[in-house]
Design a protein around this ligand. Structure first.
Ligand SMILES: CC(C)(COP(=O)(O)OP(=O)(O)OC[C@H]1O[C@@H](n2cnc3c(N)ncnc32)[C@H](O)[C@@H]1OP(=O)(O)O)[C@@H](O)C(=O)NCCC(=O)NCCS
Length: 176
């Protein structure tokens, strides 16, 4: 029987082996958001990797690489702590060559599934309004703009209600 390999696969980020990739994606997200990898950044590269390693140890299923044909096509870092009703997505990232190919949709489905499996009712994230592509991506996946973050006015908070999303999908509405 022929085995068909799934188009996209997910696996937990491996540190320290993939430290360079993690720093590159994280810094590029700042470039996409603010045209500057250092603007508004609150952690050094080393501090970021320590923070990420701790999160991987705690929630391995929340810190994953998206693979296509075995190659890294994207990454997501989501922090859905069990018992906390609101999870936080720290990073959605698709490598430039894979943007607009459905890889972003696969990442989004993954985040929703992992968060729902941990009993999370809502997800939040921060996005720069100048990052128009990301903003459009979140809107089309049902995220609602809550306006400027009171603590960091340079970004907007966005929120996704997982219960609301399930209701809409059951009723045949929504884009995903
Ligand atoms: C954000 C990201 C994960 C989305 O993945 P993606 O594969 O690019 O997403 P999609 O192509 O499915 O959706 C992007 C949408 O923005 C649209 N778009 C593209 N360029 C745009 C622009 N300059 N302005 C507005 N919308 C734009 C696309 O047409 C698409 O909308 P559509 O599906 O209705 O046509 C990816 O772009 C990325 O990794 N960006 C760099 C890192 C980053 O900024 N992460 C977010 C930090 S908050």
């Amino acid at each position: 029987m022929t085995q068909v390999r799934p188009l996209f696969e997910f696996r937990t980020i491996e540190l320290p082996r993939e430290a360079d990739v993690c720093v590159r994606f994280w810094r590029d997200a700042y470039v996409c958001s603010f045209d500057d990898p250092d603007r508004y950044r609150t952690r050094t590269d080393d501090e970021y990797l320590i923070w990420l390693a701790d999160l991987i140890a705690e929630i391995p299923q929340g810190c994953v690489h998206l693979l296509r044909n075995g190659e890294i096509a994207g990454q997501v870092v989501v922090n859905p702590r069990a018992g906390n009703p609101v999870g936080y997505v720290n990073l959605f990232y698709v490598v430039p060559a894979m943007r607009g190919t459905g890889a972003g949709d696969a990442l989004h489905e993954y985040v929703v599934a992992v968060s729902a499996s941990m009993g999370i009712g809502k997800l939040q994230l921060s996005v720069s309004p100048s990052n128009e592509r990301a903003f459009r991506y979140y809107c089309k996946h049902g995220w609602v703009d809550l306006g400027p973050d009171p603590k960091h006015e340079e970004v907007h908070r966005m929120e996704l209600s997982l219960a609301e999303r399930t209701k809409k999908r059951t009723a045949g509405e929504g884009s995903v």
